[in-house]
Structure formats: structure tokens, C-alpha cells
Design a protein around this ligand. Structure first.
Ligand SMILES: [Zn+2]
Length: 213
């Protein structure tokens, strides 16, 4: 049975195209993609990729991957992604990939410091405040949103803030802006020892490197 809707048997075509949540993702991601009329996923994919630009093909394949990731997060970790999150994660991944591919950047996307790629929140050391940030793109609203959460070594929440970033549709740029906002918060609050935590490896590696942003 499909783990997302729990209504229909789970086939590749259903989980990547026909499930009601997934149909909504295709609508948000790119208007005009026909989600009906094919029985086999490979036939459907070949049909919609035909005549598309290289960029559009990358967009379509990345959304398939993001939908599959959300399905796995639900099955293995019981975490349910919203439609906007599935689409935002696809944009974010594409953006990171493009940054990594573009000339002028030599940012390694492999973990270099202990704690990189951690999947669970870990308490900071004594007297260090950990600020966790996350940004999302809202394609339909033409803006980004971001959240900032700060906690002490004893896990106590000491700050929670959400911000709107108008007109920014690039996930990497949105993440950079929320990291900058987190540093501003730390300065305003007079915190001298902070750790910033982000799920955007490109931004973290850019901050660590000497590459101008
Ligand atoms: Zn379903």
C-alpha cells in the first residue's frame, strides 16, 4: 500500500506521479506537466522529457528524486514532508549542485569536520549556544522563508524567530541570508560563543573556505 496516501497499491508510477500529494508537487513545481495518461513510469517520463531543455530535464529528474526522498523519510523515519517542502528540497538540491558545478568555486561537498552530515540534533558544549537555521523557497509566493532557533547546552530554547526574505528564489542565497541573520541575532543578544547549524553543505563549506561569496 502507498505509505503516503494509504489508499492505493504502491507502484513506481503511483509513488512518483499519481499519488495525490505527488500530483500537487508536480503542479507547484512546473505547470503544464501532464500527470495522467500513462500506465508505466518509464513511458510517462520519456513522454514528458521529450523536447525539454537540459535545465527542464534536470528539474524534472530532481523532483522525482526529492519525491522519492520524502517517501523514504516517511517510511524509515516517520517524517511526513509537505508538498512545499518536497518541491523546495528539489530546488535546494539543484541550486547546490549548480553552485558546486559552476566555475570559480572549489567547495568540497564532502564532510570535513566531525558532526558534518549529522541527522540528529546534538547538544553544544557548555557555555556555547547552538543556533540552527533553515530556509525554504515558496515558489508560488515568489519569496523565501527561514527560521532561526537557538538553544543552550542544556537544550533550553532561548530564541525562536522566523523571517521572510522577499524576492529571493535561490535556496543557497536564502540559506546564506538566514545564516547572516543568525550572526546578527547573536551579536544583538551579546552571545560570544555560538555554533551555527545549517543543512546546506555548500553554505557551510563556503563560510569555512576563503572563497568570496
Ligand atoms: Zn499514494
Amino acid at each position: 500500500m502507498c505509505p503516503v496516501c494509504d489508499e492505493v497499491a504502491e507502484t513506481i508510477m503511483h509513488i512518483l506521479v499519481l499519488c495525490k500529494v505527488v500530483k500537487a508537487c508536480w503542479q507547484v513545481f512546473k505547470a503544464g506537466i501532464n500527470v495522467d495518461g500513462a500506465l508505466e513510469f518509464t513511458d510517462w517520463l520519456a513522454g514528458i522529457l521529450e523536447g525539454q531543455s537540459k535545465n527542464n530535464k534536470a528539474n524534472i529528474l530532481t523532483l522525482c528524486w526529492s519525491i522519492w526522498r520524502s517517501r523514504n523519510d516517511l517510511v524509515w523515519y516517520n517524517k511526513r514532508w509537505t508538498v512545499l517542502r518536497i518541491v523546495a528540497k528539489a530546488w535546494e538540491y539543484l541550486s547546490q549542485w549548480n553552485v558546486a558545478q559552476s566555475r570559480g568555486y572549489s567547495v568540497p561537498l564532502i564532510p570535513t569536520v566531525e558532526g558534518d552530515r549529522a541527522t540528529t540534533w546534538v547538544k553544544p558544549q557548555h557555555n556555547i549556544i547552538k543556533i540552527t537555521v533553515d530556509a525554504s523557497i515558496f515558489q508560488n509566493l515568489g519569496m523565501s522563508g527561514a527560521s532561526i532557533v537557538a538553544r543552550k547546552h542544556n537544550s533550553h530554547l532561548i530564541l525562536a524567530k522566523s523571517i521572510c526574505i522577499p524576492d529571493v528564489m535561490n535556496p543557497t542565497l536564502a540559506e546564506v541570508m538566514v545564516v547572516k541573520e543568525a550572526f546578527s541575532c547573536a551579536m544583538e543578544m551579546g552571545w560570544s560563543s555560538v555554533t551555527i547549524e545549517s543543512d546546506c553543505m555548500v553554505v557551510i563549506q563556503l563560510i569555512r573556505s576563503s572563497t568570496p561569496m
